[in-house]
Design a binder for this molecule. Structure first.
Ligand code: VL7
Length: 134
């Protein structure tokens, strides 16, 4: 059975989100609000087609992509940059490389037990998020 990330997921931990936001150049006032949030992710997966909607009381972010197909990403409402993004499978991990102004930018999703993990990377900062099923 291939891995299936589909579901509704609630954030339960968020390690070094502050460092990740500083690396992205998010201003102090926005960081202050953002770090209080407990975002929810709704993931719809159909094979290699993904819909990932991250929602919160402050901002929402929708990403749709197919694994192995590069796309133009506009991080509107986040750091408002444009990048070329490519998501690939590394075994059962979903790995995204976001090529653009920021070095070493990307993220990795994987399942561990009943939990959804997300590692967010930018420059020398790594943020680790864990989600549980809603
Ligand atoms: C999306 C936030 C910090 C700005 C607001 C924070 C609002 C809720 O891209 C992401 O996930 C991938 C993998 O699941 C799918 O797009 C992470 C949150 C990154 C970066 C920027 C702070 C203002 C958070 C939308």
């Amino acid at each position: 059975m291939p891995v299936d990330f589909s579901g509704t997921w609630n954030l339960v931990s968020n390690d070094n989100f502050e460092g990740y936001m500083v690396a992205l150049g998010i201003d102090f006032a926005t960081r202050k609000v953002a770090k209080m949030l407990k975002p929810q992710k709704v993931i719809k997966q159909d094979g290699d087609s993904f819909y990932i909607h991250t929602t919160s009381t402050f901002r929402d972010y929708l990403l749709e992509f197919k694994v192995g197909e590069e796309f133009d990403e506009d991080t509107k409402g986040l750091d408002n940059r444009k990048c070329k993004s490519l998501v690939t499978w590394e075994n059962d991990k979903l790995v995204c490389v976001q090529t653009g102004e920021k070095k070493n930018r990307g993220w990795t999703h994987w399942l561990e037990g009943d939990d959804l993990h997300l590692e967010l990377r930018c420059e020398n900062q790594v943020c680790r998020q864990v989600f549980k099923r809603a």
